[in-house]
Design a protein around this ligand. Structure first.
Ligand code: NAD
Length: 344
């Protein structure tokens, strides 16, 4: 393998810890510098992972570092300036989801990367979770024939607000935080969306934005897809942070339950297997499926850096996923569905 690509991490908060662990375990790329506006956080990350160079100003970091790639793990409001800056200094830029708060910023980031000749990847990790990698292979192999219906469902009652207090304070929460992941899965398995409708709910009184939504997608190929999410559902055992899914085709059905058991129904019967990944040596339950997917995604990013494959998803691809999330808010707010009172 050619030399390790040299990278920097921007944003040393809660989730970046997973990024750093995954970079440490992977061959082909390494992080040599970390940056956070909060210097104490950058220093703590550098100490934990043995990183020599610490910055509290991204522009200063770019002045001093010679980088192949930049991993942006900050929250959404900082993405546009950081991706613009990173694109002019590194051939590969990885940006955490949500990519942007609006289409204008998302298009500006895609254009900045394109103009600079840099690869822009979105850290969209649900499609890199072991259960969805397994389902994708089954569907691509033709096991269930041509899909005509899919359902992706993320419902739990885990207290996310301890690790990510900002989630309780934002106006646009569940659709921008998890809807994006589910819409990416919908597009991956079912193609592009022709029509979308959506309802949203605010269930937990401590949360400012919506903490639940249900979206109905009519696909361009005639398929139907439901994406739903709730941060206020009671299950035992607690399924967080797993996604349940069903994909039906003309030859069979794949069904993933909330505890990562996958059942394949075909003419020859039903077979169930456990697709829960092992807990990474550095990881911990209940996060292991997500942590494993971060490693899978970053291994893919390394393949992109070394020219072995194209970004999945790229910034350009993710524009369509962003558009679905933003359209879902409009659909929910306009309530553009049939008023049943008129039908009595
Ligand atoms: P966080 O608030 O814990 O960390 C963000 C860090 O970025 C903070 O330390 C902050 O000081 C720093 N920062 C902000 N602007 C900066 C700038 N301009 N330059 C340098 N540093 C800056 O947030 P988090 O919970 O770690 O989330 C970060 C991102 O990761 C969010 O976009 C979130 O949606 C995403 N996330 C993704 C997943 C996933 O499964 N893909 C899971 C959790 C969070």
């Amino acid at each position: 393998m050619s030399r390790n690509k040299q990278g920097a991490l921007i944003g040393c908060g809660f989730f970046a810890d997973n990024h750093m662990h995954a970079w440490k375990t992977l061959e082909g790329a390494e992080i040599g510098a970390v940056c956070d506006l909060d210097r104490a956080k950058a220093t703590a990350m550098a100490t934990k992972f043995g990183i020599a160079r610490i910055y509290d100003d991204p522009a200063k970091m770019f002045d001093h570092e010679n980088l192949d790639f930049v991993d942006v793990a900050t929250t959404v409001e900082s993405h546009l300036p950081l991706v613009r800056l990173a694109s002019t200094h590194a051939k590969t830029v990885i940006c955490q989801k949500p990519f942007a708060e609006n289409m204008k910023d998302a298009h500006a980031m895609v254009a900045a990367a394109k103009n600079a000749g840099s690869n822009l990847l979105i850290h969209e990790n649900f499609r890199w979770q072991k259960p969805f990698l397994t389902m994708k292979k089954l569907v691509d192999d033709g096991t269930i024939g041509t899909p005509h219906f899919a359902h992706f469902s993320f419902r739990h009652g885990y207290d996310n607000y301890v690790n990510q207090p900002y989630l309780a304070k934002i106006d646009r929460f569940a659709i921008m935080d998890v809807g994006l992941h589910l819409f990416d899965l919908a597009r991956l398995f079912m193609g592009e969306v022709a029509h979308l409708s959506c309802t949203k709910q605010s269930l937990n009184p401590i949360v400012q934005g919506e903490d639940a939504f249900t979206a109905l997608l009519n696909m361009e190929n005639g398929g139907t897809c439901i994406c739903d999410c709730s941060f206020y559902s009671k299950f035992s055992p607690e399924p967080f942070p797993n996604t349940a899914a069903v994909i039906e085709g003309d030859k069979g059905t794949v069904h993933l339950d909330r505890w990562n058991r996958l059942t394949v129904h075909t003419a020859s019967g039903a077979e169930t297997s456990n697709v829960d990944p092992a807990v990474p040596l550095w990881g911990a339950k209940p996060w292991h499926c997500v942590q494993d997917s971060v490693t899978n995604f970053q291994a893919h990013a390394i393949d992109v850096m070394h020219g072995r494959t194209n970004p999945r998803p790229s910034g350009e691809d993710n524009l369509r996923t962003m558009a679905l999330a933003l359209a879902a808010y409009d659909a929910a707010e306009q309530a553009s569905s049939m008023n049943m009172a008129q039908w009595s």
